[in-house]
Ligand binder design. Structure first.
Ligand SMILES: Cc1cc2nc3c(=O)[nH]c(=O)nc-3n(C[C@H](O)[C@H](O)[C@H](O)COP(=O)(O)OP(=O)(O)OC[C@H]3O[C@@H](n4cnc5c(N)ncnc54)[C@H](O)[C@@H]3O)c2cc1C
Length: 372
């Protein structure tokens, strides 16, 4: 067993962890970024929709963009709606995450791949992280290890998975070279899932098709819902019927902000802290923005040599002042109201999605148009 030392150890090289590590390295501190897989993003399950400005802002080449998306198309039970976009793109996460991690390394972070952290102990004199190969000693630890985070199981902070705040999703990659699509589609209604939606996100040579549903609302097999989209669903089935499916996967999506994102010598960021839009399930940009803040607070803590929970609590206070958090929190409150309404209204989720996407005014106009 090797003994490694660093100022900060970041667990997980997704968008949250790599951004955190990059910012810490930019401040001139030692940081080890630990990833369980052979390379970042290898096993990530994602539709890969994000904003172009996130790629530019992170200094990544636009070559990694798979498709520039021209519009988002919403299929609600009461009608269709198109919103033009000029900043939405799709990427492959095994490419995007790898590039983000390389940026962190370029700035001075040390990357450990094929290292799964199995346990973490936080003591007065420092943090110890245990993998099968190493013990890493650090002054601070950042949990950026995604929705199945160790931190809640170990320390009771971060995202707490419960049936009413966790989406289950299944997705597949349909082979379609040089496909003609340049819109992201969102399909709502009980024929797809009772609380969630089905999506179609095109890349250059594949199309990502998937469905996600709140665990507590799951009434049938989610794979059947996805197969419906790939087969008999009139709006998508025809185009995918004969196509080759390259890969199927499933994953969880947190849909509630964590109550606490810090502890003694500890910060939590990204999905591990519930930094995800609880209606759409989108979390890449929030993970990056959370990572920037986590990196900054780690640097401050190292400069002040104060690793106490009291000092680190400013991370949560500052996060709560961001536009990201305000967006997530207000959508979380709205989804709780609509979850209650779903007892009486089978279209509660599509209405929630429409209202939070476009505002009440537009929704009412749509309903009016449909009636007239
Ligand atoms: C089906 C699906 C579709 C999605 N589509 C979109 C989308 O289109 N747009 C969008 O914005 N968001 C989407 N999301 C959400 C998005 O993927 C997440 O919000 C985002 O990846 C969060 O980034 P993260 O860095 O916090 O966590 P992750 O990306 O999950 O990264 C965590 C990293 O930690 C590593 N790790 C975990 N445990 C350990 C350990 N013990 N030791 C070492 N390493 C560890 C993992 O291998 C991984 O690399 C989707 C999610 C799902 C499930």
């Amino acid at each position: 067993m090797l003994n490694l030392k660093s100022d900060v150890a970041v667990i997980g090289a997704g968008p949250a962890g790599s951004t955190t590590a990059r910012v810490i390295a930019e401040h001139g501190f030692d940081v080890i970024l630990v990833e369980k897989d052979e390379f970042p993003g290898l096993n990530n399950v994602c539709a890969g929709g994000t904003i172009k400005s996130a790629i530019v802002d992170a200094g990544l080449s636009s070559d990694i963009i798979e498709k520039e998306i021209q519009a988002e198309k919403y299929y609600f039970p009461w009608g269709e709606n198109i919103i033009e976009t000029d900043d939405l793109v799709t990427v492959y996460r095994h490419v995007f995450d790898r590039c983000l991690a390389e940026k962190a390394v370029e700035k001075g972070a040390t990357m450990l791949k094929n290292h799964q952290i199995k346990d973490v102990s936080v003591k007065n004199d420092g943090v110890h992280l245990f993998s099968e190969k190493n013990i890493i000693q650090s002054k601070l630890v950042v949990f950026a290890d995604g929705p199945n985070t160790l931190v809640y199981r170990k320390f009771g902070i971060g995202f707490k998975p419960e049936s009413d705040n966790t989406f289950v999703s299944v997705t597949c990659e349909v082979k379609w070279e040089n496909n003609p699509f340049d819109q992201c589609e969102f399909h709502y209604g009980e024929n797809i899932v009772p609380w969630g939606y089905g999506w179609v996100f095109p890349r250059k040579n594949t199309v990502n098709v998937g469905v996600g549903c709140l665990y507590s609302k799951l009434s049938s097999n989610l794979i059947d819902s996805m197969n419906y989209m790939l087969g008999n669903y009139p709006l998508t089935g025809e185009k995918f019927k004969e196509k080759e499916i390259l890969q199927r996967s499933s994953a969880l999506i947190p849909a509630a902000p964590a109550k606490r994102t810090f502890g003694e010598r500890t910060l939590v960021v990204g999905d591990a802290a519930g930094m995800v839009d609880p209606v759409t399930g989108g979390g890449i940009i929030h993970a990056i923005n959370g990572g920037k803040l986590a990196g900054k607070i780690c640097a401050l803590s190292l400069e002040e040599e104060d690793f106490s929970a009291r000092f680190l609590s400013q991370y949560q206070r500052m996060w709560h002042k961001t536009i990201d958090y305000s967006w997530i929190y207000h959508k979380f409150l709205a989804s709780n109201v609509f979850l209650y309404l779903s007892r009486f209204d089978r279209n509660a989720y599509p209405k929630l999605a429409a209202i939070t996407r476009e505002g009440i005014g537009k929704l009412l106009t749509n309903i009016k148009h449909q009636r007239t």
